[in-house]
Write a protein that binds this ligand. Sequence first.
Ligand code: ADP
Ligand code: MG
Length: 327
Amino acid sequence: ARLANQIAAGEVVERPSSVVKELVENSLDSAATSIEIEIEKGGHKRILIRDNGSGIASDELALALSRHATSKITCLDDLEAIHSLGFRGEALASISSVARLTLTSKPEKQQQAWQAHCEGRDMQVQVNPVAHPAGTSVDVADLFFNTPARRKFLKTEKTEFAHIDEVVRRIALSRFDVSFSLKHNGKVVRKYPAISASGNKIKRLTAICGKGFTDACLEINSQYQKFELHGWMLPPTELASGHEFQYVYVNGRMMRDKLINHAIRQAFEGIDNAEFRPGYVLYLSIEHDQVDVNVHPAKHEVRFHQARLVHDFIFRALSDVLKQYLQ
Ligand code: ADP
Ligand code: MG
């Protein structure tokens, strides 16, 4: 079983940033409102995620580390309407098969926190009582210590940290209501305080995409039938910076989808500025039963049941705002 985990780990755990992504998504799924991320040496040495979420009961700690153990789907029907970010029950098992993983957790109502440790092929999961506030900490040390071939493919500390920074940016743009902090080698490098539902989202947008982006961006607010599109995009002015930010979220999940990208490209088509690359942060909401996210393990692709409608809706929403701007 451990070997199968190591093979599957290749799909989920490509580099330190993929570990960060999986762990932070778990924290979000546990309804955490505050997530702290601590990285040592670009994640080569250590990745520590702390949250204040619902926690894991002591008798479920070992189970959480085993393969295909997910608490998020209880029957096949649930697959049709996934509201959580994770659902395969693979991340913790895969990560622990290629690192030294310590999982510490305390549900609010449990008296005592418990800790499970699991190391590479060593199947023994030990569970001990420890001191820890309500919530969960996952400590991942020495990534790929037992798979030297994979370890060799890790890039420099700086490059791996840049990937982590990017993953945190993407996630932070998906949940303005959650506070995130990111430390590297003991220093706080990012702080994204939570913004309430009525609060001004521009603050976080600026912290992530820069003032060049927020000063120039156009706001999108569009609705058609049961589709909604919100967000921001850069107009095709030469001065605008921030073109590298091209983020699309579908029901809160970051996506790289061909259909959506095509609609966006089409909206910008014919704009007389060869230098211009559109920058955008867009949020598409759509009924859960209208979209299938269970397409690809990396979960970056979606399948829409009414693809044409979704495409044309996005195209129209963006080109309307652009037309107004260009008038
Ligand atoms: P999945 O997210 O697909 O369910 P994972 O391997 O990522 O699978 O996690 C396994 C299980 O461990 C989850 O279903 C959840 O019950 C529990 N879990 C993991 N991380 C956390 C966390 N930060 N807080 C609460 N529960 C967690
Ligand atoms: Mg998960």
